[in-house]
Design a protein around this ligand. Sequence first.
Ligand SMILES: CC(C)(COP(=O)(O)OP(=O)(O)OC[C@H]1O[C@@H](n2cnc3c(N)ncnc32)[C@H](O)[C@@H]1OP(=O)(O)O)[C@@H](O)C(=O)NCCC(=O)NCCS
Length: 145
Amino acid sequence: MSNPFTVSLVCWHDGEPLLRAIREAVFIREQHVPIELEWDGMDESSRHALALSLNGDAIGCGRIFPSGHISRMAVLPQWRKRMVGTAIMEALLDEARSRGYPQVDIDAQTFAIPFYHKFGFVEHGKEFMDAGMPHKKMTLKLLPR
Ligand SMILES: CC(C)(COP(=O)(O)OP(=O)(O)OC[C@H]1O[C@@H](n2cnc3c(N)ncnc32)[C@H](O)[C@@H]1OP(=O)(O)O)[C@@H](O)C(=O)NCCC(=O)NCCS
């Protein structure tokens, strides 16, 4: 059966209201990330993955910098564990491969490390705090295609 959602890559200009709504719900309201940390000025230069339900509701997102850094992976609580995050990450990795990036990296909240392991990310370095939550750096080397 096909997924009950779609994922597409958008620029900030086209996706801003929907991307903001997801990140406000997940990072600002649920995880209490300070507003000034959430809106870090990096969105305009990022490519964004946006997941929509078949009704057109925004349900998840993620972004990749031109440097290959991935961040702001978020799925609304009622949509978690239904492979939306996986589809978002696959869209971002496809984008990275099509741009010829040799690797991508992410600052993973420690609870989510098993999620990133599924794609082959490897953690390194010490745990550190960001926005009051423990994180680890993780890297995934990409094969050229
Ligand atoms: C992390 C997140 C994006 C994952 O999205 P998701 O749509 O739930 O992930 P998927 O359904 O594609 O996950 C597939 C598999 O990844 C693993 N996984 C996903 N979330 C996990 C978690 N929190 N802990 C451990 N494993 C996890 C599981 O193996 C899961 O398979 P399962 O359904 O058999 O348990 C989502 O939990 C989220 O938005 N969390 C809040 C925001 C956040 O903390 N973002 C990460 C910042 S680093």
